[in-house]
Ligand binder design. Structure first.
Ligand code: SF4
Length: 450
Protein backbone atom coordinates (compact mmCIF):
# COMPACT_ATOMS: atom_id res chain seq x y z
CA UNK A 1 0.00 0.00 0.00
CA UNK A 2 1.62 3.23 -1.10
CA UNK A 3 1.37 6.40 0.96
CA UNK A 4 -0.49 8.27 -1.80
CA UNK A 5 -3.51 6.05 -2.27
CA UNK A 6 -4.50 5.47 1.31
CA UNK A 7 -6.72 7.56 3.58
CA UNK A 8 -5.90 8.75 7.09
CA UNK A 9 -8.86 7.83 9.28
CA UNK A 10 -9.75 6.21 12.58
CA UNK A 11 -10.81 2.77 13.69
CA UNK A 12 -14.64 2.69 13.62
CA UNK A 13 -15.11 0.71 16.79
CA UNK A 14 -14.30 1.91 20.30
CA UNK A 15 -13.87 5.34 21.83
CA UNK A 16 -10.09 5.22 21.75
CA UNK A 17 -10.47 6.03 18.03
CA UNK A 18 -7.04 4.70 17.10
CA UNK A 19 -5.53 6.39 14.07
CA UNK A 20 -5.32 4.12 11.04
CA UNK A 21 -4.61 4.17 7.32
CA UNK A 22 -7.12 2.53 4.98
CA UNK A 23 -6.18 1.66 1.42
CA UNK A 24 -8.50 1.47 -1.62
CA UNK A 25 -9.20 -2.24 -1.12
CA UNK A 26 -9.72 -2.03 2.62
CA UNK A 27 -6.12 -2.67 3.65
CA UNK A 28 -5.58 -1.29 7.14
CA UNK A 29 -2.39 -0.08 8.77
CA UNK A 30 -1.77 1.62 12.11
CA UNK A 31 -1.26 5.38 12.12
CA UNK A 32 0.41 7.58 14.71
CA UNK A 33 -2.24 9.32 16.81
CA UNK A 34 -2.10 10.50 20.44
CA UNK A 35 -4.55 7.89 21.74
CA UNK A 36 -2.91 4.83 20.20
CA UNK A 37 0.66 5.96 19.46
CA UNK A 38 0.79 3.76 16.36
CA UNK A 39 -0.80 0.68 17.92
CA UNK A 40 -4.14 -1.03 17.33
CA UNK A 41 -5.96 -4.03 18.73
CA UNK A 42 -7.24 -7.03 16.78
CA UNK A 43 -10.56 -5.30 16.09
CA UNK A 44 -8.81 -2.39 14.43
CA UNK A 45 -6.44 -4.59 12.41
CA UNK A 46 -9.38 -6.61 11.03
CA UNK A 47 -11.81 -3.69 10.57
CA UNK A 48 -11.00 -3.33 6.86
CA UNK A 49 -11.99 -6.92 6.13
CA UNK A 50 -15.67 -5.94 6.28
CA UNK A 51 -15.35 -3.44 3.44
CA UNK A 52 -14.93 -6.05 0.75
CA UNK A 53 -16.83 -8.91 2.41
CA UNK A 54 -19.03 -10.74 -0.14
CA UNK A 55 -22.08 -10.55 2.16
CA UNK A 56 -21.80 -6.78 2.64
CA UNK A 57 -24.97 -4.98 1.44
CA UNK A 58 -24.20 -2.45 -1.27
CA UNK A 59 -27.72 -1.70 -2.53
CA UNK A 60 -31.19 -1.47 -0.89
CA UNK A 61 -33.33 -4.59 -0.50
CA UNK A 62 -37.11 -4.46 -0.13
CA UNK A 63 -39.88 -6.98 0.49
CA UNK A 64 -43.63 -6.60 0.21
CA UNK A 65 -44.45 -8.62 3.34
CA UNK A 66 -42.71 -10.44 6.15
CA UNK A 67 -43.24 -13.69 4.29
CA UNK A 68 -41.86 -12.45 0.98
CA UNK A 69 -38.22 -12.60 0.04
CA UNK A 70 -36.01 -9.54 -0.44
CA UNK A 71 -35.45 -8.07 -3.90
CA UNK A 72 -32.91 -5.48 -4.92
CA UNK A 73 -34.12 -1.97 -5.73
CA UNK A 74 -32.72 1.51 -6.47
CA UNK A 75 -31.99 4.15 -3.82
CA UNK A 76 -34.76 6.52 -5.03
CA UNK A 77 -37.41 3.79 -4.81
CA UNK A 78 -36.19 2.67 -1.41
CA UNK A 79 -36.14 6.18 0.05
CA UNK A 80 -39.57 7.13 -1.30
CA UNK A 81 -40.94 3.83 0.00
CA UNK A 82 -39.63 4.51 3.51
CA UNK A 83 -40.87 8.12 3.45
CA UNK A 84 -44.33 7.07 2.30
CA UNK A 85 -44.61 4.39 4.97
CA UNK A 86 -43.50 6.79 7.74
CA UNK A 87 -46.06 9.38 6.60
CA UNK A 88 -48.82 6.75 6.50
CA UNK A 89 -48.02 5.47 10.00
CA UNK A 90 -47.91 9.02 11.34
CA UNK A 91 -51.29 9.88 9.72
CA UNK A 92 -52.96 6.72 10.98
CA UNK A 93 -51.46 6.29 14.45
CA UNK A 94 -49.86 9.61 15.40
CA UNK A 95 -46.22 10.75 15.52
CA UNK A 96 -45.23 8.47 18.39
CA UNK A 97 -46.03 5.41 16.29
CA UNK A 98 -42.52 5.75 14.86
CA UNK A 99 -39.40 5.40 16.99
CA UNK A 100 -35.83 6.33 16.12
CA UNK A 101 -32.83 4.51 17.52
CA UNK A 102 -29.36 5.91 16.93
CA UNK A 103 -25.94 4.68 17.90
CA UNK A 104 -22.53 5.71 19.12
CA UNK A 105 -21.09 4.90 15.71
CA UNK A 106 -22.62 8.06 14.20
CA UNK A 107 -20.54 11.17 13.70
CA UNK A 108 -21.55 14.35 15.54
CA UNK A 109 -23.20 15.68 12.39
CA UNK A 110 -25.23 12.52 11.80
CA UNK A 111 -26.31 12.36 15.45
CA UNK A 112 -27.46 15.98 15.26
CA UNK A 113 -29.40 15.38 12.06
CA UNK A 114 -30.99 12.20 13.39
CA UNK A 115 -32.26 14.04 16.49
CA UNK A 116 -33.61 16.90 14.40
CA UNK A 117 -35.23 14.49 11.94
CA UNK A 118 -37.00 12.62 14.76
CA UNK A 119 -38.17 15.68 16.69
CA UNK A 120 -39.02 17.99 13.79
CA UNK A 121 -39.73 15.91 10.68
CA UNK A 122 -41.37 12.95 12.41
CA UNK A 123 -42.46 14.83 15.54
CA UNK A 124 -41.90 11.73 17.65
CA UNK A 125 -40.86 11.74 21.27
CA UNK A 126 -39.58 8.20 20.83
CA UNK A 127 -35.89 8.68 20.21
CA UNK A 128 -32.92 7.18 21.98
CA UNK A 129 -29.64 5.53 21.16
CA UNK A 130 -27.66 2.53 22.26
CA UNK A 131 -25.95 4.57 24.96
CA UNK A 132 -29.19 4.06 26.90
CA UNK A 133 -27.59 0.91 28.24
CA UNK A 134 -23.95 1.66 27.66
CA UNK A 135 -23.20 4.87 29.56
CA UNK A 136 -26.51 6.25 30.83
CA UNK A 137 -25.54 5.52 34.42
CA UNK A 138 -22.33 7.49 34.00
CA UNK A 139 -24.22 10.30 32.27
CA UNK A 140 -26.82 10.50 35.04
CA UNK A 141 -24.18 10.45 37.78
CA UNK A 142 -22.12 13.09 35.96
CA UNK A 143 -25.17 15.32 35.62
CA UNK A 144 -25.99 14.78 39.27
CA UNK A 145 -22.51 15.67 40.49
CA UNK A 146 -21.16 18.16 37.96
CA UNK A 147 -24.29 19.34 36.12
CA UNK A 148 -22.81 18.04 32.89
CA UNK A 149 -22.33 14.63 31.33
CA UNK A 150 -18.74 14.46 30.12
CA UNK A 151 -17.19 11.01 29.89
CA UNK A 152 -13.48 11.70 29.98
CA UNK A 153 -13.00 15.40 30.68
CA UNK A 154 -9.27 15.39 29.86
CA UNK A 155 -7.09 13.99 27.06
CA UNK A 156 -6.14 10.37 27.55
CA UNK A 157 -2.49 11.45 27.22
CA UNK A 158 -2.83 13.16 30.64
CA UNK A 159 -2.67 9.66 32.11
CA UNK A 160 0.91 9.27 30.87
CA UNK A 161 2.25 11.18 33.87
CA UNK A 162 -0.07 9.70 36.49
CA UNK A 163 1.34 8.28 39.70
CA UNK A 164 -1.81 6.33 40.54
CA UNK A 165 -4.85 5.28 38.49
CA UNK A 166 -7.88 3.53 39.97
CA UNK A 167 -9.83 1.63 37.30
CA UNK A 168 -13.28 0.71 38.58
CA UNK A 169 -15.03 -1.81 36.36
CA UNK A 170 -12.61 -1.50 33.45
CA UNK A 171 -10.65 -4.25 31.74
CA UNK A 172 -8.79 -2.07 29.25
CA UNK A 173 -5.94 -4.52 28.75
CA UNK A 174 -8.40 -6.68 26.80
CA UNK A 175 -10.99 -4.18 25.56
CA UNK A 176 -8.74 -1.21 24.65
CA UNK A 177 -5.20 -2.59 24.62
CA UNK A 178 -3.55 0.55 23.17
CA UNK A 179 -4.79 2.50 26.20
CA UNK A 180 -2.40 0.49 28.37
CA UNK A 181 0.50 2.39 26.78
CA UNK A 182 -0.72 5.44 28.73
CA UNK A 183 -0.65 3.56 32.03
CA UNK A 184 2.87 2.16 32.03
CA UNK A 185 4.22 4.67 34.55
CA UNK A 186 1.39 4.55 37.06
CA UNK A 187 0.63 2.28 39.97
CA UNK A 188 -2.73 0.74 39.09
CA UNK A 189 -5.63 -0.27 41.28
CA UNK A 190 -8.23 -2.40 39.50
CA UNK A 191 -11.71 -2.96 40.90
CA UNK A 192 -13.15 -6.05 39.24
CA UNK A 193 -14.66 -9.29 40.55
CA UNK A 194 -12.53 -11.15 37.98
CA UNK A 195 -8.76 -11.44 37.89
CA UNK A 196 -8.48 -9.93 34.43
CA UNK A 197 -5.30 -9.15 32.49
CA UNK A 198 -5.77 -5.55 33.69
CA UNK A 199 -5.89 -6.79 37.29
CA UNK A 200 -2.67 -8.73 36.64
CA UNK A 201 -1.07 -5.52 35.39
CA UNK A 202 -2.22 -3.74 38.56
CA UNK A 203 -0.48 -6.28 40.74
CA UNK A 204 2.65 -6.13 38.58
CA UNK A 205 2.67 -2.33 38.89
CA UNK A 206 2.86 -2.52 42.68
CA UNK A 207 -0.83 -1.73 43.01
CA UNK A 208 -3.79 -3.80 44.08
CA UNK A 209 -6.60 -5.84 42.62
CA UNK A 210 -9.76 -5.21 44.65
CA UNK A 211 -12.23 -7.99 43.85
CA UNK A 212 -15.67 -7.17 45.28
CA UNK A 213 -18.39 -9.75 45.12
CA UNK A 214 -20.50 -9.08 42.01
CA UNK A 215 -22.96 -6.25 42.61
CA UNK A 216 -21.26 -4.87 45.74
CA UNK A 217 -18.91 -2.29 44.24
CA UNK A 218 -21.16 0.51 45.53
CA UNK A 219 -20.53 -0.69 49.07
CA UNK A 220 -16.80 -0.82 48.36
CA UNK A 221 -16.78 2.81 47.16
CA UNK A 222 -18.77 3.91 50.20
CA UNK A 223 -16.39 2.03 52.49
CA UNK A 224 -13.46 3.82 50.89
CA UNK A 225 -15.18 7.20 51.31
CA UNK A 226 -15.77 6.36 54.97
CA UNK A 227 -12.08 5.54 55.30
CA UNK A 228 -11.16 8.86 53.68
CA UNK A 229 -13.15 10.71 56.36
CA UNK A 230 -12.12 8.68 59.38
CA UNK A 231 -8.45 8.43 58.43
CA UNK A 232 -8.25 12.19 57.95
CA UNK A 233 -7.74 12.27 54.16
CA UNK A 234 -10.49 14.73 53.26
CA UNK A 235 -9.37 17.75 51.26
CA UNK A 236 -11.25 20.18 53.46
CA UNK A 237 -10.31 23.32 51.54
CA UNK A 238 -11.46 21.76 48.27
CA UNK A 239 -14.69 20.55 49.85
CA UNK A 240 -15.48 23.96 51.29
CA UNK A 241 -14.55 25.98 48.22
CA UNK A 242 -15.67 23.72 45.38
CA UNK A 243 -18.43 21.42 46.57
CA UNK A 244 -21.80 21.45 48.27
CA UNK A 245 -23.84 18.75 49.93
CA UNK A 246 -21.13 16.71 51.62
CA UNK A 247 -23.41 16.34 54.66
CA UNK A 248 -25.84 14.37 52.51
CA UNK A 249 -23.07 12.20 51.11
CA UNK A 250 -21.80 11.47 54.58
CA UNK A 251 -25.31 10.55 55.76
CA UNK A 252 -24.95 7.48 53.55
CA UNK A 253 -21.22 6.80 53.68
CA UNK A 254 -21.14 7.03 57.47
CA UNK A 255 -23.06 3.76 57.58
CA UNK A 256 -20.37 1.90 55.67
CA UNK A 257 -17.26 1.81 57.79
CA UNK A 258 -14.65 -0.38 56.08
CA UNK A 259 -15.09 -3.42 58.31
CA UNK A 260 -18.84 -3.48 57.61
CA UNK A 261 -18.21 -2.93 53.90
CA UNK A 262 -15.70 -5.80 53.96
CA UNK A 263 -18.35 -8.17 55.29
CA UNK A 264 -20.61 -7.31 52.35
CA UNK A 265 -18.20 -6.87 49.43
CA UNK A 266 -15.36 -9.17 50.47
CA UNK A 267 -12.57 -6.64 49.97
CA UNK A 268 -10.30 -6.33 53.01
CA UNK A 269 -10.79 -3.13 54.99
CA UNK A 270 -7.01 -2.74 55.12
CA UNK A 271 -6.90 -2.71 51.30
CA UNK A 272 -9.61 -0.02 51.22
CA UNK A 273 -7.57 2.13 53.59
CA UNK A 274 -4.37 1.48 51.65
CA UNK A 275 -5.87 2.61 48.34
CA UNK A 276 -7.47 5.69 49.89
CA UNK A 277 -4.10 6.54 51.44
CA UNK A 278 -2.39 6.16 48.06
CA UNK A 279 -5.02 8.38 46.44
CA UNK A 280 -4.61 11.03 49.12
CA UNK A 281 -0.83 11.03 49.10
CA UNK A 282 -0.15 10.81 45.35
CA UNK A 283 0.21 14.12 43.57
CA UNK A 284 -1.03 12.88 40.18
CA UNK A 285 -3.97 10.54 40.65
CA UNK A 286 -7.07 9.55 38.73
CA UNK A 287 -10.24 7.57 39.33
CA UNK A 288 -11.78 6.12 36.16
CA UNK A 289 -14.99 4.11 35.91
CA UNK A 290 -16.28 2.03 33.02
CA UNK A 291 -19.07 -0.35 32.16
CA UNK A 292 -18.46 -2.69 35.10
CA UNK A 293 -19.42 0.05 37.52
CA UNK A 294 -22.20 1.40 35.34
CA UNK A 295 -24.13 -1.46 33.80
CA UNK A 296 -26.05 -2.81 36.74
CA UNK A 297 -29.12 -1.96 38.77
CA UNK A 298 -27.28 0.57 40.94
CA UNK A 299 -24.99 1.95 38.26
CA UNK A 300 -25.88 5.61 38.82
CA UNK A 301 -25.31 5.37 42.57
CA UNK A 302 -22.08 3.43 42.07
CA UNK A 303 -20.60 5.98 39.68
CA UNK A 304 -21.81 8.77 41.96
CA UNK A 305 -20.01 7.09 44.89
CA UNK A 306 -16.72 7.01 42.94
CA UNK A 307 -17.25 10.67 41.98
CA UNK A 308 -17.91 11.55 45.62
CA UNK A 309 -14.72 9.79 46.70
CA UNK A 310 -12.81 11.73 44.03
CA UNK A 311 -14.35 15.02 45.18
CA UNK A 312 -13.67 14.26 48.84
CA UNK A 313 -9.99 13.84 47.96
CA UNK A 314 -9.95 16.93 45.71
CA UNK A 315 -9.20 15.24 42.38
CA UNK A 316 -11.51 16.77 39.72
CA UNK A 317 -10.42 20.02 38.15
CA UNK A 318 -6.79 19.83 39.23
CA UNK A 319 -3.88 19.56 36.77
CA UNK A 320 -2.59 16.00 36.86
CA UNK A 321 -5.61 14.60 38.68
CA UNK A 322 -9.22 13.89 37.91
CA UNK A 323 -12.24 11.69 37.60
CA UNK A 324 -13.48 10.30 34.30
CA UNK A 325 -15.51 7.55 32.72
CA UNK A 326 -13.93 5.61 29.88
CA UNK A 327 -16.30 5.94 26.95
CA UNK A 328 -17.00 2.68 25.16
CA UNK A 329 -18.36 3.24 21.66
CA UNK A 330 -16.63 5.20 18.95
CA UNK A 331 -18.64 8.40 19.36
CA UNK A 332 -20.79 7.61 22.38
CA UNK A 333 -19.96 11.00 23.86
CA UNK A 334 -20.79 12.89 20.66
CA UNK A 335 -24.09 11.08 20.34
CA UNK A 336 -25.12 12.33 23.76
CA UNK A 337 -23.91 15.86 23.14
CA UNK A 338 -25.59 16.33 19.79
CA UNK A 339 -29.16 15.37 20.42
CA UNK A 340 -29.96 11.70 19.96
CA UNK A 341 -30.30 11.00 23.68
CA UNK A 342 -33.94 10.85 24.75
CA UNK A 343 -33.72 13.59 27.38
CA UNK A 344 -31.25 15.94 25.74
CA UNK A 345 -31.46 18.40 22.87
CA UNK A 346 -28.21 19.34 21.09
CA UNK A 347 -25.55 20.89 23.26
CA UNK A 348 -26.52 19.07 26.51
CA UNK A 349 -29.75 21.12 26.60
CA UNK A 350 -32.28 19.30 28.70
CA UNK A 351 -35.57 18.62 27.00
CA UNK A 352 -37.49 19.71 30.10
CA UNK A 353 -35.80 23.13 30.21
CA UNK A 354 -38.11 25.73 28.59
CA UNK A 355 -35.22 28.11 27.92
CA UNK A 356 -33.22 25.38 26.19
CA UNK A 357 -36.25 24.30 24.16
CA UNK A 358 -36.84 27.86 23.01
CA UNK A 359 -33.18 28.26 22.08
CA UNK A 360 -33.14 25.11 19.96
CA UNK A 361 -36.44 26.08 18.32
CA UNK A 362 -34.83 29.39 17.30
CA UNK A 363 -31.82 27.61 15.83
CA UNK A 364 -34.16 25.31 13.89
CA UNK A 365 -36.19 28.29 12.61
CA UNK A 366 -39.39 27.95 14.63
CA UNK A 367 -40.98 30.69 16.74
CA UNK A 368 -41.95 28.17 19.44
CA UNK A 369 -40.52 24.80 20.49
CA UNK A 370 -41.72 21.95 18.32
CA UNK A 371 -39.81 19.15 19.97
CA UNK A 372 -42.09 16.73 21.79
CA UNK A 373 -41.59 17.08 25.51
CA UNK A 374 -43.08 18.64 28.59
CA UNK A 375 -44.22 22.24 28.32
CA UNK A 376 -42.48 23.30 31.47
CA UNK A 377 -39.37 22.11 33.17
CA UNK A 378 -39.90 19.84 36.08
CA UNK A 379 -38.00 20.57 39.21
CA UNK A 380 -35.07 18.23 39.49
CA UNK A 381 -34.25 19.12 43.04
CA UNK A 382 -34.77 16.44 45.60
CA UNK A 383 -37.09 17.00 48.50
CA UNK A 384 -35.08 17.51 51.64
CA UNK A 385 -36.00 15.18 54.43
CA UNK A 386 -37.82 16.77 57.31
CA UNK A 387 -35.83 17.25 60.49
CA UNK A 388 -37.81 16.37 63.58
CA UNK A 389 -38.38 19.42 65.78
CA UNK A 390 -35.65 19.89 68.34
CA UNK A 391 -33.43 17.20 66.85
CA UNK A 392 -30.42 17.06 64.60
CA UNK A 393 -29.20 14.39 62.26
CA UNK A 394 -26.48 12.25 63.75
CA UNK A 395 -23.26 12.99 61.92
CA UNK A 396 -21.96 9.48 62.25
CA UNK A 397 -24.98 7.30 61.77
CA UNK A 398 -26.95 8.36 58.73
CA UNK A 399 -30.37 9.73 58.02
CA UNK A 400 -32.43 7.51 60.27
CA UNK A 401 -30.68 8.26 63.53
CA UNK A 402 -31.86 11.37 65.33
CA UNK A 403 -30.33 12.60 68.50
CA UNK A 404 -32.93 13.30 71.21
CA UNK A 405 -30.82 16.15 72.56
CA UNK A 406 -28.70 17.36 69.68
CA UNK A 407 -25.24 18.60 70.40
CA UNK A 408 -23.58 20.91 67.88
CA UNK A 409 -20.07 19.82 67.01
CA UNK A 410 -17.43 21.02 64.59
CA UNK A 411 -17.29 19.07 61.38
CA UNK A 412 -14.56 18.44 58.81
CA UNK A 413 -16.18 20.92 56.43
CA UNK A 414 -16.67 23.53 59.13
CA UNK A 415 -20.47 23.48 59.23
CA UNK A 416 -22.47 22.51 62.25
CA UNK A 417 -23.14 18.81 62.66
CA UNK A 418 -24.94 16.97 65.43
CA UNK A 419 -23.49 14.19 67.44
CA UNK A 420 -25.53 11.77 69.47
CA UNK A 421 -26.12 13.37 72.82
CA UNK A 422 -25.87 9.97 74.43
CA UNK A 423 -22.26 9.68 73.37
CA UNK A 424 -20.36 12.79 72.32
CA UNK A 425 -17.46 10.62 71.23
CA UNK A 426 -19.53 9.41 68.33
CA UNK A 427 -17.69 11.51 65.84
CA UNK A 428 -15.49 10.16 63.07
CA UNK A 429 -12.91 12.93 63.27
CA UNK A 430 -11.97 11.51 66.66
CA UNK A 431 -11.61 8.10 65.08
CA UNK A 432 -13.91 6.60 67.63
CA UNK A 433 -16.99 6.34 65.54
CA UNK A 434 -18.89 3.21 66.38
CA UNK A 435 -22.40 3.89 65.20
CA UNK A 436 -23.80 0.57 66.31
CA UNK A 437 -22.82 1.16 69.90
CA UNK A 438 -23.34 4.87 70.39
CA UNK A 439 -26.27 5.90 68.24
CA UNK A 440 -29.75 5.67 69.59
CA UNK A 441 -33.04 6.17 67.88
CA UNK A 442 -35.40 8.90 69.12
CA UNK A 443 -37.06 6.28 71.30
CA UNK A 444 -33.75 5.71 73.07
CA UNK A 445 -33.29 2.16 71.78
CA UNK A 446 -29.98 1.21 70.34
CA UNK A 447 -29.95 0.85 66.61
CA UNK A 448 -29.09 -2.61 65.44
CA UNK A 449 -25.85 -2.97 63.61
CA UNK A 450 -25.43 -4.68 60.26
S1 SF4 B 1 -8.59 -0.06 20.80
FE1 SF4 B 1 -10.61 0.57 20.00
S2 SF4 B 1 -10.17 2.15 18.46
FE2 SF4 B 1 -8.23 1.05 18.87
S3 SF4 B 1 -8.12 -0.53 17.33
FE3 SF4 B 1 -9.08 -1.46 19.10
S4 SF4 B 1 -11.31 -1.20 18.78
FE4 SF4 B 1 -10.24 0.18 17.37
Amino acid sequence: MGPDDRTATHCPYCALQCGQWVGPSGEVDAREFPTNAGGMCQKGWTSGALLAHPQRLTSPLVRTSREAGFTETGWDDALSGVAGRLAALRAEHGPDSVAVFGAGGLTNEKAYLLGKFARVALGTSQIDYNGRFCMSSAAAAGNRAFGVDRGLPFPVTDLDDADLVVLAGANVAETMPPLMSHLTGARLVVVDPRRTPTAERAIASGGLHLAPRPGTDLVLALGMLHAAVVDGHLDLTYLDERTTGFDDVWATASQWWPERAERVCGVAATDMRTVVGWLAESSRRYVLTARGAEQHAHGVDTVAAWINLSLALGLPGRPGSGFGTITGQGNGQGGREHGQKSDQLPGYRHITDPVARQHVAGVWGFPRPRSPGPAAARSSSSTPSAVPAGRGRCWSSGPTCWSPRPTPAPSPSGSTRWTCSSSPTCYPARRRCAPTSCCRSPSGRRRRGP
